[in-house]
Design a protein around this ligand. Structure first.
Ligand code: GTP
Ligand code: MG
Length: 478
Protein backbone atom coordinates (compact mmCIF):
# COMPACT_ATOMS: atom_id res chain seq x y z
CA UNK A 1 0.00 0.00 0.00
CA UNK A 2 1.28 3.50 -0.88
CA UNK A 3 1.69 5.57 2.25
CA UNK A 4 3.42 8.95 2.47
CA UNK A 5 6.29 7.19 4.26
CA UNK A 6 6.69 4.63 1.45
CA UNK A 7 6.55 7.42 -1.11
CA UNK A 8 9.26 9.32 0.69
CA UNK A 9 11.40 6.21 0.97
CA UNK A 10 11.20 5.34 -2.75
CA UNK A 11 12.00 8.95 -3.76
CA UNK A 12 14.95 8.88 -1.41
CA UNK A 13 16.21 5.62 -2.99
CA UNK A 14 15.83 7.00 -6.53
CA UNK A 15 17.67 10.16 -5.56
CA UNK A 16 20.43 8.18 -3.91
CA UNK A 17 20.78 5.89 -6.96
CA UNK A 18 21.03 8.92 -9.27
CA UNK A 19 23.57 10.64 -7.01
CA UNK A 20 25.66 7.46 -6.89
CA UNK A 21 25.51 7.18 -10.67
CA UNK A 22 26.67 10.75 -11.07
CA UNK A 23 29.40 10.36 -8.49
CA UNK A 24 30.52 7.14 -10.18
CA UNK A 25 30.66 8.91 -13.54
CA UNK A 26 32.66 11.78 -12.01
CA UNK A 27 35.12 9.39 -10.36
CA UNK A 28 35.38 7.35 -13.57
CA UNK A 29 36.09 10.52 -15.57
CA UNK A 30 38.65 11.76 -13.05
CA UNK A 31 40.52 8.47 -12.96
CA UNK A 32 40.13 7.25 -16.51
CA UNK A 33 39.87 10.10 -19.00
CA UNK A 34 42.60 12.33 -20.26
CA UNK A 35 43.45 14.46 -23.26
CA UNK A 36 46.65 14.77 -25.21
CA UNK A 37 46.94 17.76 -27.51
CA UNK A 38 49.18 17.47 -30.51
CA UNK A 39 50.14 20.49 -32.57
CA UNK A 40 51.21 19.67 -36.09
CA UNK A 41 53.42 22.61 -36.89
CA UNK A 42 55.08 23.47 -40.18
CA UNK A 43 55.51 26.06 -42.87
CA UNK A 44 53.12 26.05 -45.78
CA UNK A 45 53.42 22.94 -47.99
CA UNK A 46 55.44 21.11 -45.31
CA UNK A 47 52.91 18.27 -45.31
CA UNK A 48 50.71 18.94 -42.24
CA UNK A 49 47.33 18.13 -43.80
CA UNK A 50 48.61 14.95 -45.45
CA UNK A 51 50.30 13.91 -42.17
CA UNK A 52 47.07 14.31 -40.18
CA UNK A 53 44.95 12.56 -42.83
CA UNK A 54 47.29 9.58 -43.03
CA UNK A 55 47.73 9.44 -39.25
CA UNK A 56 43.96 9.34 -38.66
CA UNK A 57 43.35 6.71 -41.36
CA UNK A 58 46.22 4.54 -40.12
CA UNK A 59 45.00 4.78 -36.52
CA UNK A 60 41.53 3.68 -37.65
CA UNK A 61 43.03 0.77 -39.61
CA UNK A 62 45.28 -0.15 -36.68
CA UNK A 63 42.18 -0.35 -34.46
CA UNK A 64 40.76 -2.80 -37.02
CA UNK A 65 43.81 -5.00 -36.53
CA UNK A 66 45.37 -4.20 -39.92
CA UNK A 67 48.90 -3.68 -38.59
CA UNK A 68 49.10 -0.27 -40.25
CA UNK A 69 51.26 1.18 -37.45
CA UNK A 70 53.68 -1.63 -36.51
CA UNK A 71 55.25 0.26 -33.62
CA UNK A 72 51.87 0.33 -31.85
CA UNK A 73 51.61 -3.45 -32.32
CA UNK A 74 55.16 -3.99 -31.02
CA UNK A 75 54.34 -2.14 -27.82
CA UNK A 76 51.06 -3.97 -27.31
CA UNK A 77 48.92 -0.87 -27.77
CA UNK A 78 46.81 -2.29 -30.62
CA UNK A 79 46.15 -5.41 -28.57
CA UNK A 80 44.86 -3.32 -25.65
CA UNK A 81 42.82 -0.99 -27.85
CA UNK A 82 39.09 -1.62 -27.34
CA UNK A 83 37.66 1.22 -29.40
CA UNK A 84 38.82 4.13 -31.51
CA UNK A 85 36.63 6.77 -33.13
CA UNK A 86 36.56 10.35 -34.34
CA UNK A 87 34.65 12.86 -32.25
CA UNK A 88 32.32 15.56 -33.57
CA UNK A 89 33.57 19.15 -33.88
CA UNK A 90 33.89 21.21 -30.72
CA UNK A 91 32.87 24.84 -30.55
CA UNK A 92 36.54 25.86 -30.55
CA UNK A 93 37.24 25.00 -34.18
CA UNK A 94 35.55 23.50 -37.24
CA UNK A 95 36.18 19.80 -37.78
CA UNK A 96 39.17 18.75 -39.91
CA UNK A 97 37.75 17.54 -43.26
CA UNK A 98 39.28 14.11 -42.82
CA UNK A 99 36.76 12.25 -44.99
CA UNK A 100 37.17 14.64 -47.95
CA UNK A 101 40.97 14.63 -47.64
CA UNK A 102 41.13 10.87 -47.53
CA UNK A 103 38.65 10.61 -50.44
CA UNK A 104 41.04 12.75 -52.53
CA UNK A 105 43.95 10.39 -51.80
CA UNK A 106 41.84 7.27 -52.39
CA UNK A 107 40.03 8.56 -55.52
CA UNK A 108 40.13 6.58 -58.77
CA UNK A 109 42.50 9.31 -59.98
CA UNK A 110 44.39 9.88 -56.69
CA UNK A 111 45.20 13.48 -55.86
CA UNK A 112 46.46 15.53 -52.93
CA UNK A 113 44.17 17.51 -50.61
CA UNK A 114 44.10 21.29 -51.25
CA UNK A 115 46.06 23.96 -49.39
CA UNK A 116 44.58 24.65 -45.98
CA UNK A 117 42.73 27.97 -45.88
CA UNK A 118 41.60 28.08 -42.25
CA UNK A 119 42.00 26.16 -39.05
CA UNK A 120 40.31 22.85 -38.30
CA UNK A 121 40.60 20.27 -35.57
CA UNK A 122 40.16 16.54 -35.31
CA UNK A 123 39.69 14.72 -32.01
CA UNK A 124 40.24 10.98 -31.78
CA UNK A 125 39.00 8.99 -28.82
CA UNK A 126 40.90 5.85 -27.80
CA UNK A 127 39.44 3.42 -25.31
CA UNK A 128 42.24 1.16 -24.06
CA UNK A 129 42.36 -1.69 -21.60
CA UNK A 130 44.74 -0.87 -18.76
CA UNK A 131 47.83 -3.01 -18.30
CA UNK A 132 46.86 -3.60 -14.64
CA UNK A 133 43.44 -3.09 -13.13
CA UNK A 134 44.30 -4.53 -9.69
CA UNK A 135 41.02 -6.45 -9.77
CA UNK A 136 38.98 -3.22 -9.79
CA UNK A 137 36.25 -2.71 -12.37
CA UNK A 138 36.79 1.03 -12.18
CA UNK A 139 40.36 0.64 -13.41
CA UNK A 140 39.70 -1.75 -16.29
CA UNK A 141 39.97 0.81 -19.09
CA UNK A 142 41.00 4.38 -19.88
CA UNK A 143 39.72 6.89 -22.43
CA UNK A 144 42.26 9.11 -24.09
CA UNK A 145 41.28 11.90 -26.45
CA UNK A 146 43.93 13.10 -28.88
CA UNK A 147 43.24 16.53 -30.32
CA UNK A 148 45.07 17.53 -33.49
CA UNK A 149 44.94 20.96 -35.10
CA UNK A 150 45.49 21.81 -38.77
CA UNK A 151 45.94 25.38 -39.98
CA UNK A 152 47.53 27.26 -42.89
CA UNK A 153 51.31 27.13 -42.50
CA UNK A 154 51.58 30.81 -43.38
CA UNK A 155 50.16 31.82 -39.99
CA UNK A 156 52.96 30.10 -38.13
CA UNK A 157 55.52 32.68 -39.17
CA UNK A 158 53.56 35.35 -37.36
CA UNK A 159 54.82 33.75 -34.18
CA UNK A 160 58.25 35.44 -34.22
CA UNK A 161 56.40 38.74 -34.93
CA UNK A 162 54.61 38.60 -31.60
CA UNK A 163 57.75 39.71 -29.81
CA UNK A 164 58.71 42.51 -32.21
CA UNK A 165 57.55 46.09 -32.43
CA UNK A 166 56.75 47.74 -35.75
CA UNK A 167 60.15 49.39 -36.11
CA UNK A 168 62.11 46.19 -35.44
CA UNK A 169 59.85 44.15 -37.72
CA UNK A 170 60.06 46.72 -40.53
CA UNK A 171 63.83 46.87 -40.26
CA UNK A 172 64.27 43.09 -40.35
CA UNK A 173 61.72 42.59 -43.12
CA UNK A 174 63.14 45.29 -45.41
CA UNK A 175 66.71 44.00 -44.93
CA UNK A 176 65.59 40.52 -45.91
CA UNK A 177 63.72 41.88 -48.95
CA UNK A 178 66.89 43.55 -50.08
CA UNK A 179 68.95 40.35 -50.40
CA UNK A 180 69.22 37.33 -52.70
CA UNK A 181 66.21 36.04 -54.58
CA UNK A 182 63.89 38.57 -52.95
CA UNK A 183 65.43 41.65 -54.58
CA UNK A 184 63.74 41.16 -57.91
CA UNK A 185 60.11 40.61 -56.77
CA UNK A 186 60.52 43.37 -54.14
CA UNK A 187 61.62 46.02 -56.66
CA UNK A 188 58.20 47.62 -57.41
CA UNK A 189 57.53 47.90 -53.67
CA UNK A 190 60.93 49.51 -52.97
CA UNK A 191 60.54 51.89 -55.93
CA UNK A 192 57.31 53.22 -54.45
CA UNK A 193 58.54 53.12 -50.84
CA UNK A 194 61.40 55.45 -51.78
CA UNK A 195 58.87 58.15 -52.68
CA UNK A 196 57.06 57.91 -49.31
CA UNK A 197 57.66 59.98 -46.20
CA UNK A 198 56.47 57.99 -43.14
CA UNK A 199 55.93 61.30 -41.32
CA UNK A 200 53.59 62.70 -43.97
CA UNK A 201 49.90 62.82 -42.90
CA UNK A 202 48.22 59.42 -43.28
CA UNK A 203 46.65 59.08 -46.72
CA UNK A 204 44.34 56.14 -47.48
CA UNK A 205 45.38 55.88 -51.13
CA UNK A 206 49.09 55.82 -50.35
CA UNK A 207 48.52 53.24 -47.63
CA UNK A 208 46.52 51.04 -49.99
CA UNK A 209 49.10 51.29 -52.78
CA UNK A 210 51.98 50.35 -50.45
CA UNK A 211 49.95 47.45 -49.10
CA UNK A 212 49.00 46.22 -52.59
CA UNK A 213 52.64 46.29 -53.73
CA UNK A 214 53.79 44.53 -50.56
CA UNK A 215 51.08 41.89 -51.00
CA UNK A 216 52.07 41.34 -54.64
CA UNK A 217 55.67 40.79 -53.49
CA UNK A 218 54.57 38.25 -50.84
CA UNK A 219 52.52 36.19 -53.30
CA UNK A 220 55.23 36.31 -55.97
CA UNK A 221 57.90 35.24 -53.48
CA UNK A 222 55.76 32.37 -52.22
CA UNK A 223 54.18 31.08 -55.43
CA UNK A 224 56.86 31.72 -58.02
CA UNK A 225 60.06 31.50 -55.98
CA UNK A 226 58.98 29.02 -53.31
CA UNK A 227 60.16 31.26 -50.45
CA UNK A 228 58.66 30.63 -47.04
CA UNK A 229 59.83 33.22 -44.53
CA UNK A 230 57.11 35.70 -45.44
CA UNK A 231 55.24 37.88 -42.95
CA UNK A 232 52.54 38.59 -41.99
CA UNK A 233 51.13 35.17 -42.74
CA UNK A 234 47.59 36.54 -42.43
CA UNK A 235 48.25 38.57 -45.60
CA UNK A 236 48.86 35.40 -47.64
CA UNK A 237 46.08 33.42 -46.09
CA UNK A 238 43.08 35.16 -44.50
CA UNK A 239 43.47 35.19 -40.71
CA UNK A 240 40.85 33.83 -38.28
CA UNK A 241 38.98 37.13 -37.91
CA UNK A 242 37.04 39.35 -40.31
CA UNK A 243 39.34 41.39 -42.52
CA UNK A 244 39.06 45.17 -42.11
CA UNK A 245 41.06 48.23 -43.19
CA UNK A 246 43.08 47.76 -40.02
CA UNK A 247 44.94 45.03 -41.90
CA UNK A 248 46.25 47.47 -44.48
CA UNK A 249 49.87 48.12 -43.60
CA UNK A 250 53.38 47.35 -44.84
CA UNK A 251 56.93 47.72 -43.51
CA UNK A 252 58.34 51.26 -43.54
CA UNK A 253 61.87 52.61 -43.45
CA UNK A 254 62.48 54.30 -40.12
CA UNK A 255 65.37 55.99 -38.44
CA UNK A 256 66.31 53.98 -35.32
CA UNK A 257 64.61 55.06 -32.10
CA UNK A 258 62.49 57.73 -33.78
CA UNK A 259 58.81 58.08 -32.94
CA UNK A 260 56.09 58.98 -35.43
CA UNK A 261 54.32 62.29 -35.79
CA UNK A 262 50.69 62.08 -34.64
CA UNK A 263 48.37 61.48 -37.59
CA UNK A 264 51.21 60.30 -39.86
CA UNK A 265 51.28 57.26 -42.13
CA UNK A 266 53.96 55.78 -39.87
CA UNK A 267 51.76 56.10 -36.81
CA UNK A 268 48.80 54.59 -38.65
CA UNK A 269 50.83 51.58 -39.81
CA UNK A 270 52.36 51.08 -36.37
CA UNK A 271 48.91 51.06 -34.74
CA UNK A 272 47.60 48.62 -37.33
CA UNK A 273 50.65 46.38 -36.89
CA UNK A 274 50.05 46.33 -33.12
CA UNK A 275 46.39 45.48 -33.63
CA UNK A 276 47.31 42.68 -36.05
CA UNK A 277 49.77 41.20 -33.54
CA UNK A 278 47.21 41.33 -30.76
CA UNK A 279 44.54 39.68 -32.91
CA UNK A 280 46.86 36.92 -34.14
CA UNK A 281 48.13 36.45 -30.60
CA UNK A 282 44.73 36.09 -28.96
CA UNK A 283 42.65 34.53 -31.71
CA UNK A 284 45.10 31.95 -32.98
CA UNK A 285 48.15 31.40 -30.80
CA UNK A 286 46.57 31.90 -27.36
CA UNK A 287 43.29 30.24 -28.20
CA UNK A 288 44.70 27.24 -30.02
CA UNK A 289 48.44 26.89 -29.55
CA UNK A 290 48.80 27.44 -25.85
CA UNK A 291 46.80 24.34 -25.10
CA UNK A 292 49.19 21.90 -26.74
CA UNK A 293 51.49 19.56 -24.88
CA UNK A 294 53.08 17.76 -27.82
CA UNK A 295 54.54 19.27 -30.97
CA UNK A 296 55.66 17.86 -34.28
CA UNK A 297 57.44 20.36 -36.50
CA UNK A 298 57.28 19.16 -40.10
CA UNK A 299 59.95 20.45 -42.46
CA UNK A 300 60.12 19.91 -46.20
CA UNK A 301 63.92 19.58 -46.21
CA UNK A 302 64.00 18.08 -49.72
CA UNK A 303 61.85 20.89 -51.09
CA UNK A 304 64.27 23.35 -49.50
CA UNK A 305 67.26 21.64 -51.15
CA UNK A 306 65.39 21.62 -54.43
CA UNK A 307 64.58 25.32 -54.13
CA UNK A 308 68.21 26.42 -54.05
CA UNK A 309 70.35 28.37 -51.56
CA UNK A 310 67.82 31.14 -50.78
CA UNK A 311 64.91 28.79 -50.19
CA UNK A 312 67.13 26.51 -48.12
CA UNK A 313 68.37 29.40 -45.98
CA UNK A 314 64.81 30.62 -45.62
CA UNK A 315 63.68 27.24 -44.33
CA UNK A 316 66.69 26.94 -42.01
CA UNK A 317 65.95 30.37 -40.56
CA UNK A 318 62.30 29.48 -40.03
CA UNK A 319 63.16 26.18 -38.30
CA UNK A 320 65.62 27.92 -36.07
CA UNK A 321 63.24 30.77 -35.16
CA UNK A 322 60.54 28.25 -34.28
CA UNK A 323 62.92 26.15 -32.25
CA UNK A 324 63.88 29.28 -30.31
CA UNK A 325 60.23 29.75 -29.45
CA UNK A 326 60.07 26.29 -27.84
CA UNK A 327 63.36 26.70 -26.03
CA UNK A 328 62.87 30.13 -24.58
CA UNK A 329 59.12 29.77 -24.27
CA UNK A 330 59.12 30.39 -20.53
CA UNK A 331 60.98 33.65 -20.86
CA UNK A 332 58.60 35.55 -23.10
CA UNK A 333 55.16 36.64 -22.04
CA UNK A 334 53.62 36.46 -25.46
CA UNK A 335 54.99 33.07 -26.35
CA UNK A 336 52.19 30.63 -27.08
CA UNK A 337 54.47 27.66 -26.55
CA UNK A 338 55.31 28.83 -23.06
CA UNK A 339 53.02 26.40 -21.29
CA UNK A 340 53.14 22.71 -20.92
CA UNK A 341 55.02 21.38 -23.96
CA UNK A 342 56.70 18.17 -22.91
CA UNK A 343 57.78 16.62 -26.21
CA UNK A 344 58.86 18.05 -29.53
CA UNK A 345 59.77 16.21 -32.70
CA UNK A 346 61.35 17.74 -35.80
CA UNK A 347 60.58 15.60 -38.84
CA UNK A 348 61.70 15.87 -42.45
CA UNK A 349 58.66 15.03 -44.58
CA UNK A 350 58.25 13.42 -48.04
CA UNK A 351 61.14 11.03 -47.34
CA UNK A 352 59.77 8.70 -50.03
CA UNK A 353 61.52 10.97 -52.56
CA UNK A 354 64.86 9.46 -51.56
CA UNK A 355 65.99 5.83 -51.28
CA UNK A 356 66.38 4.25 -47.86
CA UNK A 357 70.10 4.92 -47.42
CA UNK A 358 69.52 8.66 -47.74
CA UNK A 359 66.68 8.89 -45.25
CA UNK A 360 69.14 8.85 -42.36
CA UNK A 361 71.01 11.69 -44.04
CA UNK A 362 67.77 13.64 -44.24
CA UNK A 363 67.21 13.26 -40.53
CA UNK A 364 70.82 14.25 -39.74
CA UNK A 365 70.63 17.27 -42.01
CA UNK A 366 67.43 18.46 -40.32
CA UNK A 367 69.06 18.05 -36.91
CA UNK A 368 71.94 20.21 -38.08
CA UNK A 369 69.60 22.82 -39.57
CA UNK A 370 68.04 23.24 -36.13
CA UNK A 371 71.51 22.84 -34.61
CA UNK A 372 72.03 24.55 -31.28
CA UNK A 373 68.33 25.24 -31.02
CA UNK A 374 67.65 21.58 -30.36
CA UNK A 375 70.17 21.63 -27.51
CA UNK A 376 68.48 24.66 -26.00
CA UNK A 377 65.12 22.89 -26.11
CA UNK A 378 66.70 19.98 -24.26
CA UNK A 379 68.16 22.35 -21.70
CA UNK A 380 64.64 23.65 -21.14
CA UNK A 381 63.88 20.05 -20.09
CA UNK A 382 61.65 19.30 -23.06
CA UNK A 383 62.16 15.91 -24.75
CA UNK A 384 63.12 16.42 -28.37
CA UNK A 385 64.07 14.19 -31.30
CA UNK A 386 64.40 14.32 -35.05
CA UNK A 387 63.10 11.99 -37.74
CA UNK A 388 62.44 11.54 -41.44
CA UNK A 389 59.06 10.26 -42.62
CA UNK A 390 56.65 9.98 -45.50
CA UNK A 391 53.01 10.26 -44.46
CA UNK A 392 52.00 8.70 -47.78
CA UNK A 393 54.60 6.51 -49.41
CA UNK A 394 54.32 7.04 -53.17
CA UNK A 395 57.50 5.27 -54.32
CA UNK A 396 59.46 2.07 -53.94
CA UNK A 397 63.23 1.72 -53.73
CA UNK A 398 65.02 0.64 -56.89
CA UNK A 399 68.43 0.74 -58.61
CA UNK A 400 69.48 2.57 -61.79
CA UNK A 401 72.60 3.33 -63.82
CA UNK A 402 73.68 6.97 -63.47
CA UNK A 403 76.89 7.97 -65.31
CA UNK A 404 77.86 4.30 -65.60
CA UNK A 405 77.41 3.66 -61.86
CA UNK A 406 74.77 1.60 -60.11
CA UNK A 407 72.92 3.92 -57.73
CA UNK A 408 69.98 3.63 -55.38
CA UNK A 409 66.92 5.47 -56.71
CA UNK A 410 63.17 5.59 -56.07
CA UNK A 411 60.48 4.62 -58.54
CA UNK A 412 57.02 6.21 -58.66
CA UNK A 413 54.36 7.73 -60.87
CA UNK A 414 54.77 11.48 -61.34
CA UNK A 415 51.45 13.35 -61.18
CA UNK A 416 49.75 13.54 -64.58
CA UNK A 417 51.92 10.84 -66.22
CA UNK A 418 50.90 7.30 -67.12
CA UNK A 419 54.17 5.47 -66.59
CA UNK A 420 56.31 5.03 -63.49
CA UNK A 421 59.80 6.52 -63.63
CA UNK A 422 63.01 6.01 -61.71
CA UNK A 423 64.28 9.07 -59.85
CA UNK A 424 67.78 9.78 -58.69
CA UNK A 425 67.24 12.81 -56.47
CA UNK A 426 70.92 13.62 -55.86
CA UNK A 427 72.86 13.12 -52.62
CA UNK A 428 71.35 14.55 -49.46
CA UNK A 429 74.16 16.48 -47.72
CA UNK A 430 74.82 15.67 -44.06
CA UNK A 431 75.04 19.33 -43.08
CA UNK A 432 73.76 22.62 -44.48
CA UNK A 433 75.62 22.71 -47.79
CA UNK A 434 78.24 25.23 -48.89
CA UNK A 435 78.35 27.11 -52.22
CA UNK A 436 79.82 24.13 -54.17
CA UNK A 437 76.73 22.07 -53.58
CA UNK A 438 74.46 24.51 -55.37
CA UNK A 439 76.54 24.53 -58.54
CA UNK A 440 76.42 20.73 -58.70
CA UNK A 441 73.77 18.37 -60.01
CA UNK A 442 70.19 19.61 -59.93
CA UNK A 443 68.27 18.18 -57.02
CA UNK A 444 65.06 16.86 -58.58
CA UNK A 445 61.81 16.80 -56.69
CA UNK A 446 58.79 15.62 -58.68
CA UNK A 447 55.26 15.59 -57.30
CA UNK A 448 54.37 11.92 -57.14
CA UNK A 449 50.84 10.62 -57.44
CA UNK A 450 49.58 9.01 -54.24
CA UNK A 451 49.47 5.21 -54.51
CA UNK A 452 46.19 3.45 -55.30
CA UNK A 453 44.41 3.07 -51.99
CA UNK A 454 41.47 0.95 -51.02
CA UNK A 455 38.69 3.57 -50.86
CA UNK A 456 37.19 2.12 -47.67
CA UNK A 457 40.53 2.92 -46.04
CA UNK A 458 40.44 -0.42 -44.27
CA UNK A 459 44.00 -1.35 -44.99
CA UNK A 460 45.40 2.05 -44.06
CA UNK A 461 47.81 4.23 -46.00
CA UNK A 462 51.35 3.12 -46.84
CA UNK A 463 53.90 5.33 -45.08
CA UNK A 464 57.49 5.53 -43.92
CA UNK A 465 58.16 5.87 -40.20
CA UNK A 466 54.82 7.57 -39.51
CA UNK A 467 54.32 5.00 -36.75
CA UNK A 468 57.64 6.01 -35.13
CA UNK A 469 56.58 9.64 -35.02
CA UNK A 470 53.07 8.96 -33.72
CA UNK A 471 54.35 6.51 -31.15
CA UNK A 472 56.91 9.00 -29.88
CA UNK A 473 54.30 11.75 -29.68
CA UNK A 474 51.32 9.99 -28.11
CA UNK A 475 52.31 6.35 -27.47
CA UNK A 476 53.28 6.99 -23.84
CA UNK A 477 49.80 8.31 -23.08
CA UNK A 478 48.11 5.16 -24.40
N1 GTP B 1 55.56 11.99 -52.06
C1 GTP B 1 55.00 12.58 -51.01
N2 GTP B 1 54.50 13.82 -51.12
C2 GTP B 1 53.93 14.39 -50.04
C3 GTP B 1 53.85 13.73 -48.79
N3 GTP B 1 53.27 14.57 -47.89
C4 GTP B 1 52.97 15.69 -48.56
N4 GTP B 1 53.36 15.60 -49.86
C5 GTP B 1 53.27 16.64 -50.91
O1 GTP B 1 53.32 17.91 -50.29
C6 GTP B 1 52.15 18.68 -50.60
C7 GTP B 1 51.75 19.53 -49.44
O2 GTP B 1 51.24 18.74 -48.39
P1 GTP B 1 50.14 19.32 -47.37
O3 GTP B 1 49.92 18.29 -46.34
O4 GTP B 1 48.96 19.84 -48.10
O5 GTP B 1 50.97 20.55 -46.77
P2 GTP B 1 50.50 21.58 -45.63
O6 GTP B 1 51.63 21.71 -44.66
O7 GTP B 1 49.18 21.19 -45.08
O8 GTP B 1 50.40 22.93 -46.48
P3 GTP B 1 49.48 24.25 -46.19
O9 GTP B 1 48.08 23.79 -46.00
O10 GTP B 1 49.69 25.05 -47.42
O11 GTP B 1 50.04 24.91 -44.96
C8 GTP B 1 51.11 17.63 -51.02
O12 GTP B 1 50.16 18.19 -51.88
C9 GTP B 1 51.99 16.57 -51.70
O13 GTP B 1 52.28 16.94 -53.04
C10 GTP B 1 54.41 12.41 -48.69
O14 GTP B 1 54.43 11.75 -47.64
N5 GTP B 1 54.97 11.89 -49.83
MG1 MG C 1 47.41 22.10 -45.07
Amino acid sequence: MDTPANDFWSQFKDGWREARKQMGAAVYAAVNTETVRLAVTGLSRAGKTVFITSAVQNLLAMADGKGSLPKFDDHGISARLKKLGLLAATEDAPRFPFETNFAALAAAAPHWPPRTASLAEVAIKFVVRRRHSWGMDLLKQREITAEILDYPGEWLLDLPMLNQDFAAWSDETLKRMDTGLRVEPAKPFFDYLRTIDPDAPADGDVARKLYDLYLAYLFDARDRLGLRYLQPGGFLCAPPWPKTDAMIFAPLRLAPGRSFKPGSLGEMFRNRFDLYRTEMGTRFFDKHFRRFDRQIVLVDVLGALHGGPDVFEDTRLAVSRLAECFAYGGATLTNPFARGITKVMFAATKADHVPERQRDALQILLGRMAGGDIDSIREARVAVRTGALASVRCTIDDMAQVDGRNVAVVRGLPMGRDKQVRFYPGEVPLKPPGPDFWTGAFFELPVFQPPKLDASGESGVPHLALDDALFYLIGDRL
